[in-house]
Write a protein that binds this ligand. Structure first.
Ligand SMILES: C[S@@+](CC[C@H](N)C(=O)[O-])C[C@H]1O[C@@H](n2cnc3c(N)ncnc32)[C@H](O)[C@@H]1O
Ligand code: SF4
Ligand code: SF4
Length: 364
């Protein structure tokens, strides 16, 4: 174990966190270059529920959940939030469906009262009119609906349940509810995890969004490798051999988005095309990752993970668990030996198992 500031196995020294103030935008952008963890995370993923009512063929919980079923209670949540003094942005999910947690709206309200930007992804099957109103009134900033296709058939194949019509109806109703309540927030978007099985439908997802009043569509990387039976397998990737087809489909989606006034983006800051662009051989793209320096990921059991990508990879679960925030407290885990060791490995030529394919098999 290497406590913060101690020499790494390669002799390089990670700087210990010292300042207590919230970081500037420049210092955030510079983080990976300096390899300096922030004194306290400015972003957090809260896995408010770790079970799901869907059966997505791309998702680890459909095959073998990593942890025993649990939801974060409101008390546990507030106890955690109090330990993130610099929190700016919260994502109310890990692996599982956030709407299964009945305390979701009070949790969001708690964060909003502290000035935190709040967002989450959902399968939207449980987005009833009552939940719509509750979420709008909670002050939620962004609601991202995972749709993964434009037809009931593809939805069933990828998401594992015959829920397409219900989801579209719920989201269309949410658009109307926002109008009735004269609410600008939450911003609504559709999310597509890109794979060969569904990419052809991407332009039609843009059309669907325009038709029901959803302003944004996002294409996100598919992470694969966690289970040989999952749809999230190498041969489904839209990188490599499928790239030419993928580029043509993305260009068409882009064209329609422009024509219909829908925003079309890749996840993170990348454009959809950039998100599937190859890196030079020999590049070590994981070194550009700053997630373990700035964000915390808390599972429903309290486990600290380095990021939202890691639990989708084939890395052994023990290799991505960096402590327990509920048991040991945020500062102890964030500054602890397991986290420090993980960060040291990340900025080396032999990264942790979960990081090896970041920026290569899927975008970083
Ligand atoms: C794990 S889900 C949790 C939130 C919610 N249950 C949902 O589906 O939106 C978070 C996001 O991961 C996406 N996802 C599922 N399998 C994935 C994979 N293999 N690679 C990347 N993202 C994936 C989902 O579509 C969703 O947008
Ligand atoms: S991707 Fe979301 S909706 Fe699908 S099984 Fe996983 S947690 Fe559930
Ligand atoms: S798995 Fe990827 S995103 Fe997560 S810490 Fe490693 S390089 Fe960063």
């Amino acid at each position: 174990m290497h406590p913060a500031g101690s020499p790494s196995p390669t002799g390089r020294r990670l700087k210990p966190p010292t300042e207590q103030q919230s970081p500037s935008r420049e210092s955030i952008l510079d983080l990976a270059a300096t390899q300096t963890p922030l004194p306290s995370p400015i972003e957090a993923y809260f896995e408010v529920a770790n079970r799901c009512n869907s059966l997505c063929a791309t998702c680890p919980i459909t095959f073998s959940p990593h942890e025993a079923a649990k939801q974060l209670s409101l008390d546990e949540f507030k106890h955690l939030v109090a330990q993130f003094p610099n929190l700016r942005r919260a994502v109310m999910q890990g692996i599982g469906e956030p709407l299964l947690n009945r305390d979701l709206a009070p949790m969001i309200r708690h964060l909003r009262s502290r000035g935190v930007y709040v967002v989450f992804n959902t399968n939207a099957t449980l987005l009833t009119r009552r939940r719509q109103v509750e979420l709008i009134e909670s002050g939620l900033n962004e609601l991202r609906v995972s749709i993964d296709g434009s037809t009931p058939e593809t939805y069933l194949k990828v998401r594992g349940i015959p829920g397409f019509d219900r989801v579209v109806a719920n989201v269309a109703e949410m658009v109307r509810t926002k109008k009735q309540l004269n609410a600008e927030d939450p911003r609504l978007s559709f999310w597509v995890t890109g794979m060969r099985e569904n990419l052809e439908e991407l332009p039609d997802v843009v059309d669907l969004a325009a038709r029901i009043g959803v302003d944004e569509v996002y294409l996100q990387r598919m992470v694969f490798g966690f289970d040989a039976n999952a749809l999230a397998r190498q041969e489904q990737t839209i990188f490599k051999e499928y790239r030419d087809e993928a580029q043509a489909i993305i260009a068409e989606a882009d064209r329609r988005a422009g024509a219909r006034g829908v925003v079309f983006r890749g996840s993170d800051t990348l454009s959809p095309l950039e998100a599937i662009t190859d890196r030079a051989p020999g590049a070590e793209p994981w070194r550009a990752c700053s997630r373990p320096l700035r964000l915390a990921y808390v599972t429903a059991q309290g486990t600290a993970l380095p990021c939202c990508i890691a639990p989708f990879t084939d890395a052994p679960y023990a290799s991505i668990t960096l402590g327990n925030y509920l048991r040991d407290g945020v500062a102890t885990v964030w500054n602890g030996g397991a986290y420090t060791k993980f960060r040291e490995a990340l900025y080396s030529s032999e990264p942790p198992a979960c990081c090896r394919n970041c920026g290569l098999a899927w975008s970083l």
